[in-house]
Ligand binder design. Sequence first.
Ligand SMILES: NC(=O)c1ccc[n+]([C@@H]2O[C@H](COP(=O)([O-])OP(=O)(O)OC[C@H]3O[C@@H](n4cnc5c(N)ncnc54)[C@H](O)[C@@H]3O)[C@@H](O)[C@H]2O)c1
Length: 259
Amino acid sequence: MTDDGSLAGAIAVVTGAASGIGLATAHALAEADAAVWLVDRDAEALADALDSCRGGAQHVAWHLDVTSEAGWLDFFAAVDERHGRLDILINNAGAAHPQPIAQTSLAEWRSSLAVNCDSVFLGTRTMLPLLARSLPWSRRSASAIVNVSSVRGMIGGANFAAYCAAKGAVRMFTKAAALECVALGQRVRVNSVHPGFIETPLARAALDPEALARRVSGIPLQRGGNAEEVAAAILFLASEASSYMTGAELVVDGGTLAG
Ligand SMILES: NC(=O)c1ccc[n+]([C@@H]2O[C@H](COP(=O)([O-])OP(=O)(O)OC[C@H]3O[C@@H](n4cnc5c(N)ncnc54)[C@H](O)[C@@H]3O)[C@@H](O)[C@H]2O)c1
């Protein structure tokens, strides 16, 4: 992001861009004039999401299951052919299905790890060569990966064992990736964002109305967050404004972890 807040000339990828935090992030990047690739497995919602993006650049919708290694390779080829580089990767796609450990099958456990954690590994590994080729739109800036973890990657939660395990892994993967990029001399910063309770379809699906009310009453700011408030933190980590941050974690939780 240049001093005027513009991301003009930057190429960005957002996974899980058809809904919630990913959609708000795609909007924020597009409004800053980045060219955004919106990636999701929900083709119908993705088309609407693409239509809703504004800004001065041309955006693209790409249908991808982020747990698919072959799918990521096809996506790499498309971005490489069109731009030959990438400046911003937001690994945001994820899903939460609360379940007691005793009732979680191995297939369900693996599915949670796949969508929340394998996806971040696959996205990073596949797109890193393009990020390393970034020609920063601002000369001081490195390219940036932002991984969307959760406060559940920092503290536990009953019935969220598989989700907590996956999000905790994303948190530590982020730090290891940040240091590896430095060790390899790649100008790529890697940071994570940790939302608390954010009122999106994912959060509403994960909690019944009673649990939802309990959750909100325990938040110091006394409300759930909204997707735009998380998108603002993601935009910060993706932009020049955070040029001295790598391997860091940014909590966006209404004060939940402060006490
Ligand atoms: N909402 C919250 O309270 C909250 C809190 C902490 C962390 N998060 C994290 O934020 C991220 C976004 O969550 P959200 O609340 O916006 O959810 P959401 O359900 O509104 O959006 C998630 C998007 O990811 C897509 N997606 C899911 N699995 C996919 C796959 N395999 N391949 C491609 N796309 C896939 C969905 O189609 C959807 O469009 C997730 O990683 C979630 O774990 C959310």
